[in-house]
Design a protein around this ligand. Structure first.
Ligand code: Q0Z
Length: 295
């Protein structure tokens, strides 16, 4: 058993916003981003959020599973679009397995979403207008229905609050016509390839959110995380049944348990009981093994 020194012996105390000598550049709900020279290091925690609220109980191993899954997808998809990964191993030891060293890019201010099934905001838009992102869909689709073909439904990246849908012309006005066309192509191709591979292993990817950036020479790069359950909706193909809400492959036990509580879905969230933690942990492990198994 390898013992780690107490955190307080690794760095002088009292450094605000610094750990391991690295500058914390962004702290998200469940991840942190640090600068290391010219590189960035993305660190996934074991924190879990439901209904956009981070719960006080971690899911042990979640950060590692999501990081390893993202690294695996980046490798699978490298021929579709280059990506920001420098290394999944050259990271500070205390983050081993759950951090990625990546190239710092000029990030594009668009959330690139691909949808292959009706859920979430895509379902809302279809119910209100019969269309998603200006694309008309056939009548009679239900919650969870598979779309005739995947659609690109970009949104704004709002610093706070909710993201707003963008028309393709608005994306083009922000990043230029050529980059906008490349974003659509790369997003749909990543989704098609990922969804086909997952489907062959019994998992449906309903939708996914991708982020892209540019190298100084203008090369478009896939960044952030890719096809993880925090950025995508994963459903078990064997449980899929259009016409009702689908069960999420990762967080359903947490959702089911929390739905039975007297909690208004506002922070602070409730502590998760041990059996729900264990079941959720097993779900993440199973998702990883199913997707990446057989390579
Ligand atoms: C990603 C995020 C967080 C992880 C900025 N390669 C890159 N170059 C420049 N910026 C980014 C990346 Cl990945 C970048 N994010 C989102 C937030 C942890 C990722 F807290 N923000």
């Amino acid at each position: 058993m390898v013992r780690l020194p107490a955190a307080s012996t690794l760095a002088p105390s009292g450094l605000v916003g610094k750990e391991h000598g690295l500058e914390l550049v962004h702290s998200g709900k469940v991840r942190e981003l640090y600068a290391d020279g010219d590189d960035l290091i993305m660190v996934a925690s074991d924190r879990v959020s439901v209904y956009d609220v981070v719960l006080p109980t971690p899911i042990p191993g979640k950060g590692q599973v999501l990081t390893q899954l993202s690294l695996w997808w980046f490798g699978q998809l490298a021929d579709v679009v280059p990506n920001h990964v420098i290394s999944g191993t050259d990271v500070p030891a205390e983050w081993a397995g759950r951090a990625i060293r990546c190239r710092r890019l000029e990030m594009l201010p668009v959330e690139c979403i691909a949808r292959g099934y009706l859920a979430g905001l895509g379902l809302e838009s279809y119910r209100e207008t019969g269309a998603i992102s200006g694309l008309s869909l056939p009548p009679g689709l239900e919650e969870g229905s598979r779309l005739p073909s995947p659609v690109f439904t970009p949104t704004t990246k709002a610093a706070a609050g909710h993201d707003e849908p963008m028309a393709f012309s608005e994306v083009a006005a922000l990043v230029g016509e050529g980059v906008a066309a490349s974003l659509e192509r790369a997003t749909l191709e990543v989704y098609r390839r990922g969804a086909a591979l997952a489907a062959s292993r019994g998992i449906l990817i309903a939708d996914t959110k991708l982020e892209f950036g540019l190298l100084p020479d203008g090369t478009l790069m896939l960044a952030d995380e890719v096809l993880t359950p925090d950025s995508s909706r994963f459903w078990l193909a064997s449980e899929w049944q259009p016409g009702r809400a689908q069960r999420s492959l990762d967080k359903q036990f947490v959702r089911d348990w929390s739905a039975g509580l007297d909690w208004d879905r506002r922070p602070p969230g409730p502590a998760i009981p041990d059996d729900v933690v264990a079941a959720t942990q097993a779900r993440y492990q199973e998702l990883f093994a199913r997707l990446t198994g057989g390579e």
